[in-house]
Write a protein that binds this ligand. Structure first.
Ligand code: GTR
Length: 312
């Protein structure tokens, strides 16, 4: 921590939060970034990753990061949707045509502009990580078409984009912190949730939700942010080292991600989860028109959608 007593010492250990367990690609990527930093700054800067939501759920840790209590935070872009309007756009369903398309957008000037958009909100955007694509899973039945979703109750990330997406599909959205989903599934408070393979597996939700449908409605990038209050206490050299190490951790994360997706898919399939993979996505895509309209609130955000769609 930079705050308090540690600020006086020359060696600074940055505290970073992650909701995922140890070994998850995002956790490992930030650890790797910490190793690079430590080596390159000769021990002056390093990172301690607090995994498994030890420091709290994402919404709370975002507030702690803005307040300078937490130094670094790896979070989905979803919980930022109501704070940084630009993050709502890459969170829109079916905005990315493929992983390659998402990489081209987030690695280029558009991604750079979204990272900058965090600053007025007390955060410094450092890097985006992969998160595959999110799909619905539930404990009731195999979902084979959009009609099957009608009236079902799904947990979503605490973001209006997610709520509107689920409601536009004819289902009912229940926003709640990630850590509460397992018991909500178990007790029947919700019928299902939605996530990528590694989260579905590592959260153990597959133990209580045996149906997974590959509708792949969103590819919401993960983001690594730093507290602006903490950032402003560091030198230009520190800033450069942090930015570079964050960038250099992206490739490592992508390697880990690919392996994690395959491994998690196998674990849940071996556990008897029924996967529906041949689903017609067109009705899902068509149902998203009002959601796009709702979030294209300014000419700049409209342009952001168009620029993403025009990126090859
Ligand atoms: C995961 C993401 C987490 C968290 C989680 C959720 O895909 O990596 O940061 O946002 O989804 O659904 O809450």
């Amino acid at each position: 921590m930079v705050a308090g007593a540690a600020a006086a010492a020359d060696n600074i250990v940055l505290r970073s939060s992650d909701t995922h367990p140890d070994g998850y690609p995002t956790v490992e990527a930030v650890k790797y970034m910490g190793e690079l930093l430590k080596e390159r700054t000769k021990g002056h800067l390093s990172i301690d990753v607090y995994h498994s939501a030890q420091l709290g759920e994402e919404k709370d840790t975002i507030e702690q990061t803005q307040a300078g209590v937490l130094d670094l935070n790896r979070v989905s872009m979803g919980p930022f949707n109501g704070i940084v309007p630009e993050t709502a756009i890459p969170s829109l369903p079916y905005i990315f045509r493929s992983t390659e398309h998402m990489h081209h957008v987030m690695d280029g000037p558009i991604g750079e502009s979204i990272l900058k958009a965090f600053e007025p909100h007390g955060l410094v955007g450092l890097a985006f990580y992969d998160s595959g694509s999110r799909s619905f899973y539930n404990r009731i039945k195999p979902i084979k078409s959009i009609e099957d979703l009608k009236g079902m109750k799904f947990r979503v990330i605490q973001s209006d984009v997610f709520v509107d997406m689920v409601n536009a599909l004819g289902a009912n959205a229940t926003p709640m912190p990630y850590g509460e989903v397992y018991s909500a599934l178990q007790t029947g408070v919700i019928d299902g949730a939605e996530n990528n393979w590694p989260s579905f597996e590592s959260s153990k939700h597959y133990e209580v939700a045996k149906y997974y449908t590959l509708d792949q409605h969103q590819s919401v990038p993960e983001v690594l942010v730093m507290s602006k209050i903490v950032w402003d206490k560091l030198s230009d050299d520190d800033h450069a080292a942090i930015r570079q190490a964050a960038k250099d951790s992206v490739g490592k994360m992508r390697e880990l991600w690919e392996a994690a997706e395959a491994k998690s898919k196998k674990i849940v399939e071996d556990a008897g989860v029924q996967v529906v993979s041949d689903i017609d996505k067109k009705p899902f895509i068509d149902a998203m028109k009002p959601v796009y309209e709702k979030y294209a609130t300014t000419p700049a955000l409209k342009k952001l959608i168009a620029d993403i769609q025009a990126t090859q």
